[in-house]
Write a protein that binds this ligand. Structure first.
Ligand code: PLP
Length: 338
């Protein structure tokens, strides 16, 4: 297929594990078998996560274009900019990341711990852009670009979340190919995939993979952006562009894009009670750790979809765990204790 011919780096350990979650399955009634695809354990590069899988394609492209510096942008506790820094360093490149105040909170050590700490330890050029928030990320990233060029480097721009990029969807389309092989080996089939959606290319890539397979596999996106219509538009656009790149005949219909807006706590980056309860449930059943920004919200979504019967008894559901645990350190105040 076309996908196998597109250049990529190898940043992952191999196929990420598909893990059965017996205690969570039982806690949710036992009728739906709950498994997780552990993208949070996919790589040895600075804790891995979904961005590392996407960046296999973007970094290969950067190398082919002769670039030596990755330039990207995210929030202060961005997993993405940590992954950009990690893949740059491991590839012998450097990274400049603009870290913006996307979340209107400032809990203890927010700009000192978690993801941003990891980027600093790896030697990334981390630029906090909190004062200049009003000028938006365009000016700050343009400045980063100019700085790289001024010192004789060749920058490669990676948009937020490695999403709105012609190669952004490929990593998660490839995940579906990988999953089909794992299913064949394990004698199981997942009729439903549940995935967190924010910048959209994880969700979009899965949709393209599922539609291309033609088995009727359902991909349910759980919005964590708090801006559901903008996210739906972005997911749809990325899915269609990715499909076109791989197979001009492949049609992504509007109804292929399912985005549930009930679990985003109304805002990006801040958990609500439902988020915290879901984090605790996964942690207190199968010791699976999720974060307050992304996976806690998609976990809350999967729990409710099973409870309400949207995910039917008798089905096997696969929770796509996209990573994100490093941010937990910056959110300790959301878990009060005596
Ligand atoms: N989960 C984690 C841990 C993330 O870092 C991200 C990044 O935005 C997401 C989910 C959402 O994925 P995407 O941006 O591809 O929609």
């Amino acid at each position: 297929t076309k996908l196998a011919s597109i250049p990529k780096e190898n940043f992952l350990f191999g196929p990420s594990p598909v893990q059965y979650l017996p205690n969570l399955t039982t806690a949710l009634g036992g009728q739906v078998k709950v498994y997780a695809k552990r993208e949070d354990c996919n790589s040895g590069l600075a804790y891995g996560g979904n961005k590392v899988r996407k960046l296999e394609y973007l970094v290969a492209d950067a190398k082919l274009k002769g670039c030596d510096t990755l330039v990207s942008v995210g929030g202060v506790q961005s997993n993405h900019t940590r992954a950009v820094t990690a893949t740059a360093v491991a590839s012998g490149m450097t990274a400049v990341t603009v870290q913006e105040k996307w979340v209107p909170i400032d809990p203890p050590l927010y700009a000192e711990t978690g993801n941003i700490l990891l980027s600093r330890i790896m030697g990334g050029d981390v630029r906090l852009n909190q004062e200049d928030f009003d000028i938006g990320h365009k000016a700050a990233t343009e400045q980063a670009f100019k700085d790289v060029e001024a010192r004789g480097g060749k920058p490669y721009y990676i948009p937020a979340g490695a999403s709105d990029h012609e190669l952004g969807g490929l990593g998660f389309t490839n995940l579906v190919v990988e999953l089909a092989e794992q299913e064949a080996a394990q004698g199981i089939y997942f009729d439903t995939l549940v995935v967190c959606s924010v910048t959209g290319s994880s969700h979009a890539g899965l949709i393209v993979g599922a539609v291309a397979e033609g088995k009727g596999r359902k991909v349910i996106g759980i919005d964590a952006s708090g801006k559901v219509e903008a996210t739906r538009t972005q997911v749809t656009r990325i899915a269609r562009n990715t499909a076109k790149l791989l197979d001009p005949e492949l049609v992504i219909k509007d109804e292929d894009v399912i985005l549930d807006d009930r679990f985003n706590a109304g805002i990006y980056g801040i958990p609500d009670e439902q988020t915290i309860k879901a984090i605790e449930m996964a942690a207190r059943t199968d010791s699976m750790i999720t974060d307050p920004v992304y996976e806690g919200k998609s976990m809350a979504g999967m729990i409710e979809l099973i409870k309400e019967g949207t995910i039917k008894p008798g089905s096997n559901v696969l929770y796509i765990h996209l990573g994100g645990q490093p941010a937990l350190n910056a959110y300790s105040s959301y878990f009060p204790h005596n």
